[in-house]
Write a protein that binds this ligand. Structure first.
Ligand code: CP
Ligand code: NVA
Length: 303
């Protein structure tokens, strides 16, 4: 099984994985040899703190090994094809995860690999982030179905995965973004096919009103740096701050996938305040990915 889009998983598969993640979190340190002798290749075209460290620690805690492979240091950076790279890595390791600019790169890896491929963020999606987010929401709210969730800001990769993840698990999502920064129309169409009715608005208050969960991400994603000046202008007014929070439910939780820019997409007061669960969310990357690795990597039968 590959995880390229969060929509590669069905509702029951997501909940089963989250159940496993919750058990692994509770009993951290007790699954020390389930991936003994297994290796994960981690290809990075972009920087990372959480994804890199949580995957590497996940493999270590499960008894396996992770290899950090900077794109520029691989022959990929000297024009070896993605397909040849995937085929060769398939002879050495048991799974590949890749953080890439173009979504097509991770799809091509999956097409050519004989082993599971995990999207660790592309320009289109961030499915591993969504697994951790859903684990965090479940911990705080008990279930996902029927919750009101509001995304404030850029209709980016994380937002796309949230749209699909919400559609699959039955969360009611509203997205507030400035004109021109709406989520990918194909993603919204796919979510509609899955039965969701995501509201897209340019009014943050409309989106946040009565929300159980507020979620935001940076205004300038990796790869968008050339547009920084324009984006900072265009996104003004799309900040999660105390005023916006006052429109949500009184027990609303605030998510941010991190890294955050205090004073831009979120105020310091809210990011560091009592509604924020961002550190649990970051920690849950580890537990959700341990469950993911156990789910996708076929275990060897000895003998
Ligand atoms: N949220 C997330 O993917 O963080 P990193 O970019 O640090 O991996
Ligand atoms: N949307 C951000 C997420 C970082 C984890 C980016 O792609 O840079």
């Amino acid at each position: 099984m590959h995880l390229i889009s969060i929509s590669d998983m069905r509702r029951e598969e997501i909940h089963k994985l989250l159940d496993l993640a919750a058990r692994m979190k509770e009993r951290r340190g007790q699954h020390t040899d389930v991936l003994k002798g297994m290796s994960l290749a981690m290809i990075f075209e972009k920087p990372s703190t959480r994804t890199r460290v949580s995957f590497e620690v996940a493999m270590t805690e499960l008894g396996g090994h992770a290899l950090y492979l900077n794109y520029a240091d691989l022959q990929l950076g000297r024009s070896e094809t993605i397909c040849d790279t995937a085929s060769v890595l398939s002879r050495y390791v048991h799974a590949i995860m890749a953080r890439v600019y173009s979504h097509e790169t991770v799809r091509e890896l999956a097409r050519c690999a004989d082993i599971p491929v995990i999207n660790a963020l592309s320009d289109m999606e961030h499915p591993c982030q969504l697994l951790a987010d859903m684990l965090t929401i479940r911990e705080r709210k008990g279930d996902l179905e029927g919750l009101r969730i509001a995304w404030i800001g850029d209709g980016n990769n994380v937002c796309n995965s949230l749209i699909l993840g919400s559609a699959i698990t039955g969360m009611n999502l509203s997205v507030a973004c400035p004109a021109g920064y709406e989520p990918d129309a194909r993603v919204v169409a796919r979510a509609n096919e899955l039965g969701s009715d995501v509201l897209i608005t340019d009014d943050p208050i409309e989106a946040a009103s009565g929300a159980d969960v507020l979620y935001t991400d940076v205004w300038v994603s990796m790869g968008d740096e050339k547009e920084e000046e324009k984006r900072l202008r265009d996104f003004s007014g799309f900040q999660i701050n105390s005023d916006l929070l006052s429109h949500a439910k009184s027990d609303c939780i605030v998510l941010h996938c991190l890294p955050a820019h205090r004073g831009q997409e979120i105020s310091a007061e809210v990011l560091d305040g009592e509604h924020s669960v961002v550190l649990d969310q970051a920690e849950n990357r580890l537990h959700a990915q341990k469950a993911l690795l156990m789910t996708v990597i076929p275990r060897r039968c000895d003998g």
